[in-house]
Design a protein around this ligand. Structure first.
Ligand code: RBF
Length: 157
C-alpha cells in the first residue's frame, strides 16, 4: 500500500456523529488506532457524546457489528478498526479480503460511509509501524472519516 496519503483538510467535526467499531485481536495495536482516531476526531470538534465505540472479538466480526450499529442509530460515518497479521496459514488473507468486501457492502447498502481501518501486515514490525510508529494510519482514517461525513452531509437530502 502506498504511503502517499492525502493531505489533511481542515474539517469541522462538530456536527458529526461517528461510530468506531474495533477488534480486540492484537489489542495493543488496535488500541493505539482507537486512541489516534478518537483523538483526531475530538481535536476536529467531534463531541465525546457523538463518538460511539463498540468492540468485537476479531476483524472478521467488524462488518456485522457496523451493520448492527447503523440499524440502531443514525451515524454520519463509521470507522472499522482491526489489525491482521500474517500467521502460518492463509487465514489472515481470507479474513482481509472478506472484511474488505463486506465493509463496502454494508456501506453501500446503508448509504453511510464506512472507513476501512483494518491494517493488514506481513509481520509484527510492519503492524507496529502503522499503528503506533511513523506511518500513523490512525490519523489517516480519522481524516477520511471527516471528509466522508462532510461529503455525505453535502450530498444527502
Ligand atoms: N483477527 C484479527 O483481527 N487479526 C488477526 O490477526 C487474526 N488472526 C487470526 C488467525 C486465525 C488462525 C484465526 C482462526 C482467527 C484470527 N483472527 C484474527 C480472528 C478472526 O477475525 C475472528 O474473530 C475469528 O475467526 C472468529 O470469527
Amino acid at each position: 500500500m502506498s504511503l502517499a496519503a492525502p493531505g489533511s483538510l481542515s474539517i469541522d467535526g462538530k456536527p458529526f456523529t461517528v461510530g468506531i467499531v474495533a477488534a480486540r485481536y492484537n489489542p495493543e495495536l488496535v488500541g493505539a488506532l482507537v486512541e489516534q482516531v478518537s483523538a483526531q476526531l475530538v481535536a476536529a470538534g467531534v463531541k465525546n457524546k457523538s463518538l460511539v465505540v463498540e468492540r468485537v472479538p476479531g476483524s472478521n466480526e467488524l462488518p456485522v457489528a457496523v451493520r448492527l450499529l447503523l440499524k440502531k442509530r443514525r451515524f454520519d460515518v463509521v470507522v472499522a478498526l482491526g489489525v491482521l497479521i500474517r500467521g502460518d496459514t492463509i487465514h489472515y488473507e481470507l479474513i482481509a479480503e472478506a472484511v474488505t468486501h463486506a465493509l463496502q457492502t454494508v456501506a453501500l447498502d446503508a448509504g453511510v460511509p464506512v472507513i476501512n481501518g483494518v491494517v493488514v501486515a506481513e509481520n509484527q514490525a510492519q503492524a507496529e509501524a502503522r499503528c503506533r510508529g511513523p506511518v500513523n494510519r490512525g490519523a489517516e482514517f480519522a481524516q477520511a472519516a471527516l471528509e466522508m461525513a462532510q461529503l455525505k452531509k453535502r450530498l444527502s437530502r
